[in-house]
Write a protein that binds this ligand. Sequence first.
Ligand code: SF4
Length: 170
Amino acid sequence: MNYQQYYPVDVVNGPGTRATLFVSGCEHRCRGCYNAVTWKADSGLPFDAAMEDRVIADLNDTRIRRRGLSLSGGDPLFAPNLAAVKRLLTRVRAECPGKDVWCWTGYTLDQLTPAQREVVALIDVLIDGKFEQEQADANLVWRGSRNQVIYDRRAHYGVELVLSTADSPR
Ligand code: SF4
């Protein structure tokens, strides 16, 4: 997997102070996409073991307390990204207790493949669906267009987040 940007301290993409990773690779090609530079999977830089270690270290940095990790892009659930994202989130769960994970994807919940659901099982909050310019609304929080849904595993917002059996991180 490649990534486009990594913000070790971010207060825009999700609640609180966070670390945010923008991965490369997206097949949705939404009209009006604000981040089309991320579409090509081979754009940006390799997300290698050193970057993985850096994210984990930042989440555990007690000098700047991060509430969690945000994953955006590109699309973290783009099939070629799944192995790397799953590896990263498995480490976050094991090595960063108390941190939450937010993830933005262009797929809708009902479109997810079994492999994508395995990754989503490691996520606390999923914002799903393509950016639809006709439904864009600048007043929305954490979403760009009204078709997108925020699924919060912890608070059971919206439709119940049933992703797979016995795989809840909590
Ligand atoms: S899913 Fe996101 S990154 Fe992909 S085309 Fe749509 S708005 Fe752009």
